[in-house]
Design a protein around this ligand. Structure first.
Ligand code: CP
Ligand code: NVA
Length: 302
């Protein structure tokens, strides 16, 4: 069987995504009962900062009986000439999967070209597909199913989270609404790909986007690497904050998500983050279970 990678959300079909989510639920119910990575090792490389991704992969791989190798890229030879493709050729001789958080998707493709083992995208500038598995698991827990639900994303609709919501959300049968300021529009190619799976609406008006929504989500207005891009990443975004008023437009019992880290008072208020409709802490926990299921799925299909 050929090696399966998970570089963007649509690398899993709708049926495969559901299979991973069902396995994730089983793994959550029995945290130490699955040993799918016994005797195996997984390299987890970071070229950008992380808290949740690093810890959830390390704990998850260990719970599955595997050896997690957490690699801070600044301690490797990447910065002094070794190509990431060469590194992947070497790592493939040692490990059973490579997880990487990097910048461009082109760089990820270079790693994949050198790898004989499954590669997992732990966030690039383009996508954050592991986060979406956790988010979908959380929606299923709170609302029972994702099919037919309306998910509305507010903020930087040009970033990795917006792309991943469009792709993974439609694959899960959700109607996805993307709502953000002019100048930060969704990627046209990603929109086109997502629309082959389902409905994605681009709605500039926050009240319209929130109306009767089942899930409200947001993300930082300043993604990693954008800190000094010269754009005003605050003033244009202020109308897109998730606050009590916006939540009041959504369906009664709507669920609020945020991948974290959050900037309280910017993209989301503390009132909402800490309120009864927030599923944010479950969402963070589900990174652990969803990624365990994903790794088991990919490694066993090699
Ligand atoms: N949500 C998320 O990926 O968090 P970290 O950047 O802390 O890994
Ligand atoms: N869009 C954010 C997500 C962080 C988990 C970033 O790329 O920094």
């Amino acid at each position: 069987m050929s090696v399966r990678h998970f570089l963007r959300d649509d690398d899993l079909s709708a049926a495969e995504q559901l299979e991973v989510l069902q396995l994730a639920a089983a793994m959550k119910a029995d945290r130490t009962g699955f040993r799918n990575l016994a005797g195996k090792a997984v390299a987890v490389i970071f070229e950008k900062p992380s808290l949740r991704t690093r810890v959830s992969f390390e704990v998850g791989i260990a719970q599955l009986g595997g050896a997690p190798l957490i690699i801070d890229a600044t301690t490797t030879h990447f910065g002094r000439g070794e190509t990431i493709g060469d590194a992947a050729k070497v790592l493939s001789r040692y490990v059973d999967a490579i997880v990487i958080r990097s910048g461009s998707d082109t760089r990820l493709a270079e790693l994949v070209a050198g790898s004989d083992v499954p590669v997992v995208n732990a966030l690039t500038d383009g996508f954050h597909p592991c986060q979406l598995l956790a988010d979908l698991q959380t929606v299923r827990e709170r609302l029972g199913d994702t099919q037919g639900r309306v998910l509305s994303y507010f903020g930087d609709t040009a970033n990795n989270m917006a792309n991943s919501y469009a792709l993974a959300g439609t694959l899960a049968g959700m109607r996805v609404r993307l709502c953000g300021p002019a100048g930060f529009e969704p990627d046209a190619a990603v929109l086109a790909a997502a629309r082959t799976h389902g409905v994605v609406e681009v709605l500039p008006d926050p009240a319209e986007a929130a109306k009767d929504a089942d899930v409200l989500v947001t993300d930082t207005w300043v993604s990693m690497g954008q800190e000094a891009d010269g754009l005003d990443r605050r003033t244009p975004f202020l109308p897109y904050q998730i606050n009590g008023s916006l939540l009041g437009s959504a369906k009664v019992g709507a669920v609020v998500l945020h991948c974290l880290p959050a900037h309280r008072g910017d993209e989301i208020t503390s009132e909402v983050m800490d309120g009864p409709q927030s599923a944010i802490w479950d969402e963070a926990e589900n990174r652990l279970h969803a990624q365990k299921a994903l790794l088991a799925y990919l490694v066993e299909r090699r």
